[in-house]
Design a protein around this ligand. Structure first.
Ligand code: ATP
Length: 252
């Protein structure tokens, strides 16, 4: 069964059909790429999947549950987490606290328990710190746990954003251009991290990426968007050799 099922999704801004009759099926545990020329509508698809925009038409179903019309917080609680094209961390919080913020879907205590530092607060905070440190370990960030997020180098900020998204315990992780601004070494390491996350957490991952080496290296299936519409979809190598796709990119 597909963990994510998207049907007939459309939205227009003024006269522009930014996403037009978009469909997508992703199987559990798949590493799936959404690619296409600049302005094709990729980030808009992410904004529709996460409730930033409400679609003019179409449906989004996650793990059999209808998400259409829900807001961003509800959708995160239902199991979709994302990272952004422009990194959005809590820059004045520590690396550790950035991940702990993400853990609040699963770990709770009341305001009173927090203010009075009651036992449940202390126990929950301890569990959250342990869980956050495990996630930081995965991304090689444990030694920088106490740093301010804004003091991390760019490549590590991107990894921290992924760790925070994972902390919300999603069923589906959306990564918007995870390799943007990275050098080839950082990109190679990121590819390993993404594969590791998929394998260790049995995570389903949908990523937008312009770096074709990354796409060809880790994505099992692709959907290509062009002018808001699906131009091609299927196994990665077949899609990348599709003359329609090559033409769309050359025409950029
Ligand atoms: N809020 C908005 N209001 C008006 N137009 C928008 C809005 N959001 C996106 N668009 C337009 O929709 C189209 C698709 O944009 P989108 O950012 O989804 O493309 P993209 O494929 O992610 O591009 P890139 O690869 O350059 O990030 C563009 O023409 C963009 O200008």
């Amino acid at each position: 069964m597909a963990i994510l099922e998207v049907n007939n999704l459309s939205i227009s801004f003024g006269g522009l059909m930014a996403v037009n009759d978009f469909g997508l099926n992703i199987e559990e545990g798949q590493l799936y790429g959404l690619i296409g020329p600049n302005g094709a509508g990729k980030t808009t698809v992410f904004n529709l999947l996460t409730g930033v925009y409400k679609p003019d038409q179409g449906r989004v179903i996650l793990d059999g549950k209808e998400l259409t019309g829900k807001n961003t917080i509800e959708i995160n609680q239902e199991g979709i987490a994302r990272t952004f094209q422009n990194i959005r961390l809590f820059s004045q919080l520590s690396v550790l606290d950035n991940v702990k913020v993400g853990l609040h879907n699963d770990y709770t205590y009341s305001t009173i328990e927090g203010i009075l530092r009651l036992p449940r607060y202390k126990k929950t905070e301890k569990l959250m710190t342990e869980r956050a440190m495990e996630l930081l370990e995965v991304f090689g960030l444990a030694d920088e746990a106490e740093y301010l997020a804004s003091n991390l180098p760019y490549g590590k900020q991107r990894k921290l954003e992924m760790a925070r998204a994972l902390a919300t315990n999603p069923k589906l992780l959306l990564l918007d251009e995870p390799a943007a601004g990275m050098n080839p070494n950082e990109t190679a390491e990121l590819m390993e991290n993404i594969k590791f996350v998929r394998d260790k957490f049995k995570m389903t991952i949908l990523l937008i990426e312009h770096d074709m080496k990354l796409v060809a290296g880790i994505c099992e299936k692709l959907t290509v968007l062009n002018f808001g519409k699906v131009l091609a979809e299927g196994e990665t190598s077949a899609v990348l050799h599709d003359p329609k796709v090559i033409t769309a990119y050359l025409g950029e």
